[in-house]
Design a protein around this ligand. Structure first.
Ligand SMILES: NC(=O)c1ccc[n+]([C@@H]2O[C@H](COP(=O)([O-])OP(=O)(O)OC[C@H]3O[C@@H](n4cnc5c(N)ncnc54)[C@H](OP(=O)(O)O)[C@@H]3O)[C@@H](O)[C@H]2O)c1
Length: 253
């Protein structure tokens, strides 16, 4: 098998996993955060440590594969590397230390499946931008790059802003929940997920690649069912939860 064939098989594996994940998570809610049951799903570790381990391949594996590529030091691959790492260095090394999840744990099965998927996805996307894809410096002026980068940055701003609103709801070190009222939470229960999905749509357009599209599909397949579960959880937990609020897409879903 040539490397292109291996890479193509990996890309289609991500797309197949997106379909499986969507079906699975539409029936079973992943047991972390508010849906953490405390038992089952094998051994558990500290929630914050679990997040760092789970997200580590998105930075480390991605960087290793990127710099093994022939075009790693060309301008456009470096811009893509900066976009990717801009998201994932924050997600791996900043975000987990800002959460107030005292005493909460996460099952190793969730962490392990995250590590496996993130490693595969790091290969799929890093290998494409630094080796398989062909990007001249003029790609930075291409409408697809400009539109994709703008969408990516918009999604990132929504994701971080919405996560910040949630993190500020917990003033002390307790792990309680309240109804978020600010920002896009006025319209949907999970604007942080919406921002994340928009980000990877932007990535897919900016890289104009099946690799980027596969990850966008996976992110949506992973986060849409969880948004539904979070939305149902809010409605069940708070009798005064705003009735007009939707799960993920304002006025639609
Ligand atoms: N690309 C992907 O496929 C993917 C997959 C998963 C997550 N992510 C991203 O990772 C980030 C975190 O995901 P998540 O599923 O943990 O998000 P989440 O359920 O919205 O929780 C985010 C943080 O806010 C806390 N929190 C949530 N709702 C709260 C409320 N009503 N009151 C007080 N605190 C609240 C949570 O605490 P608890 O943990 O104690 O509930 C957690 O620390 C998001 O930005 C998401 O987009 C991306």
């Amino acid at each position: 098998m040539t490397e292109i064939q291996i890479h193509t098989a990996a890309v289609w594996t991500v797309i197949a996993l997106a379909i499986v994940t969507f079906i699975y998570l539409s029936r079973i809610t992943a047991p972390y955060g508010r849906h953490y049951a405390g038992t089952g799903w094998g051994p558990h570790i500290d929630n914050r440590l679990g997040w760092v381990i789970m997200e580590l391949p998105t930075t480390a594996v991605f960087a290793l594969i990127h710099f093994a590529g022939e075009a790693a030091w060309n301008l456009v691959p470096l811009v893509f590397l900066a976009m990717w790492q801009g998201h994932y260095l924050h997600r791996t090394f900043v975000y987990p230390f800002r959460t107030r999840t005292a005493g909460r744990k996460i099952p190793l099965t969730v962490v392990g499946s995250g590590v496996l998927f993130n490693s595969l996805n790091a290969y799929v996307n890093a290998r494409f931008i630094s080796s398989i894809g062909e990007y001249g410096a003029d790609w930075l002026a291409d409408p697809r790059f400009l539109l994709g980068a703008a969408i990516f940055l918009t999604g990132m701003a929504l994701n971080i802003h919405s996560d910040n609103i949630l993190l500020r709801l917990r003033k002390s070190n307790d792990a309680g929940y309240s109804i978020p009222q600010r920002g896009m939470f006025r319209y949907v229960s999970c604007p942080n997920y919406l921002g994340e999905i928009i980000e990877w749509a932007g990535w897919a357009i900016a890289t104009w690649s099946l690799a980027g599209f596969a990850f966008f599909i996976y992110a949506a397949a992973n986060l849409a069912p969880r948004a539904r579960s979070n939305h149902a959880w809010y409605r069940q937990r708070f009798s005064d939860y705003p009735a007009e609020r939707r799960a993920l897409i304002p006025g639609v879903y």
